[in-house]
Ligand binder design. Sequence first.
Ligand code: MEV
Length: 338
Amino acid sequence: MVIIKMVKVSAPGNLFFFGEHSVVYGRPAILAAIDKRTYVRIEENDNESINVSSEGYGEIETVIDSLDSITFESHEDYGHQMDPIMDLIQYFHNNISEFSHGFTAEITSDIPKESGGMSSSTAVLSAFLGALSKLYDANVSKRDYFEHLYPIQVKIHGGSASGSEITSSSMGGYNRFRIDKSADDADFNFENIGKYSYPVVVGDTGIEASTGETVPYVREGWKKDNQSYERIFDEISDIAIKGEKALVDGKIDVVGKLMDKNQDLLKTLGVSHPRLEQMVDVAREHGALGAKLSGGGKGGIMIAICKENNMEDIAEAISEIGRESYISSVGVDGLRQE
Ligand code: MEV
């Protein structure tokens, strides 16, 4: 009897409490895995074919032999949603473990992909690498996900990225992340900062925003006026350091105030959005202790830190302005086998 090997792996999306954007410039970010996940179900084939399908994103159909002719440099940026997965498949085959046989994979996700902001592309990459690693017994350690996926993340983010979400998606929990940069050779400091159950509401603005546009947008500004941007990044850094301490000490009021300050600075950087601002204001009016955008901004999502007894009210009020809202568990498991 032939036994077909099959595995299913999932990885979570992320929320930023503090430090998106400035994290790309070597400042710390505090981020946490959220209970919205991407799933990759992968099954070996008894032939050479590789087939991947992803709800809403498209398909890949290729064969092992053709992977040798594709290189990471074959295309500079990603024109199609499935290109990063194709890069990962080719990278895995050439650098981690040669495919001894083909596979069929199916990607599904409960991370809303319309507006962006919850690192859905990172969750897909982490789950896919996890699935390949299990199927081909490659034993890739979670700490090495950064090294393997960072170049793909840089392409997705239009030329520069922190890689923070890769580490948080694979390790899970509440985390402090800081990139050590000598541009081409990025390494990172990562620390899990503990387990908490802070009441968080997420609001989806319904405004589509791509990190591939927001990160280059900030970079353009930084190139033109390095000093002013560096000063803002330093201020955000200070907020992130204080914010981590407040989170760890359970000082939720302080966390909220610092989130508000972080939002002001993100607005100064030009990555907020009028609808997002409105949602942030309404969350505060309904009793949120603090609110800000999370992720790349210019739309996407916002988060509000609340009290247990006003979460429902806040969620309802912000969903009337945006597309949707979620009451979310934060700091959940990272990569796991289902
Ligand atoms: C995007 O989700 C987070 C950013 O800080 C970009 C990055 O860290 O690479 C805006």
